[in-house]
Design a protein around this ligand. Structure first.
Ligand code: HEC
Length: 245
């Protein structure tokens, strides 16, 4: 009896824990074949993120080639340091500086979408993260985030999104969907900002596994080959067996 009670208590407790730990994520619905979206994402990333975060598995010119941007355009529009187009996307800031400025050094974002969850979870997390900064005066940068409690990163896209406050902080702790209200407007409408967050997420998923673009492009050709090969082998079979019957 005692064992059963303990087991029951543990089961209900773990249920409680998982309910408390459950985060509400919005669906990113990214499209890796959408080159225009990837290009916009690259622009946002190099403008707003690369001064703190690196993506050091990626070279500028590889990115340019994959996304259909020429080396010259990459150099003119996407490189803001004295890096060359063949360089890796690194930052000038040292880990020590990062740690002393922000408490935690800004991590490399090369594989962040996969680090945040398998399948589409990583993308959903990123998309939700970019849209979930809210005013919190108790934090060093005046903001907090519903999917990253006490985040050490400022809301770097506030000029685009504007600032919002969280209306249901207590419910969100127990897994409710956050409700926000704008306290100041940014240069983008809500829809425009959602698109920007999706483009940025799309770009980071691409950076995490650049060969995905190739694979996606290869798929239809592989299928076409299989169909073609089916007819070839069928004709061959007919040829071989025609004298047997
Ligand atoms: C001013 C410096 C700075 C800028 C600019 C910046 N970040 Fe950050 N970012 C940080 C810091 C510091 C952290 C670590 C926060 C922590 O661990 O509390 C972080 C954390 C993150 C994380 C979570 C990483 C993890 O391991 O959980 C993501 C994702 C992220 N940043 C994405 C971005 C993107 C995308 C941009 C551009 C739109 C950007 N950041 C711009 C400083 C910055």
């Amino acid at each position: 009896m005692k064992k059963i009670i303990i087991a029951l208590v543990m089961v209900s407790f773990s249920g409680l824990l998982s309910a408390a730990g459950k985060l509400h994520l919005d669906e990113a619905n990214i499209d890796l074949t959408d080159k225009a979206s990837l290009q916009r994402g690259a622009k946002l990333f190099t403008n707003y993120c690369l001064n703190c975060h690196s993506a050091s598995f990626m070279r500028y010119n590889r990115m340019g080639k994959d996304l259909g941007i020429s080396d010259i355009l990459v150099e003119e529009n996407l490189i803001f340091s004295d890096d060359k187009v063949g360089d890796l996307m690194k930052v000038a800031m040292t880990t020590e500086d990062g740690a002393s400025w922000f408490g935690t050094p800004p991590p490399d974002l090369s594989v962040i979408s996969r680090a945040k969850g398998a399948g589409s979870v990583g993308a959903d997390w990123l998309y939700t993260y970019f849209r979930s900064f809210y005013v919190d005066e108790s934090r060093p940068f005046g903001v907090n985030n519903t999917v990253f409690k006490d985040v050490g990163m400022p809301h770097v896209l506030w000029e685009l999104q504007g600032m919002q406050k969280l209306l249901n902080a207590d419910e969100v702790k127990h897994g409710a969907t956050p409700e926000f209200a704008m306290v100041s407007t940014g240069s983008m409408t809500v829809e425009e900002y959602d698109t920007a967050a999706r483009d940025l997420t799309n770009f980071l998923v691409y950076v995490g596994e650049p060969s995905q673009l190739k694979r996606l492009g290869l798929g239809p050709w592989v299928l076409a080959f299989l169909v073609f090969f089916f007819f070839v082998s069928y004709a061959l079979k007919k040829e071989y067996w025609k004298d047997v019957h």
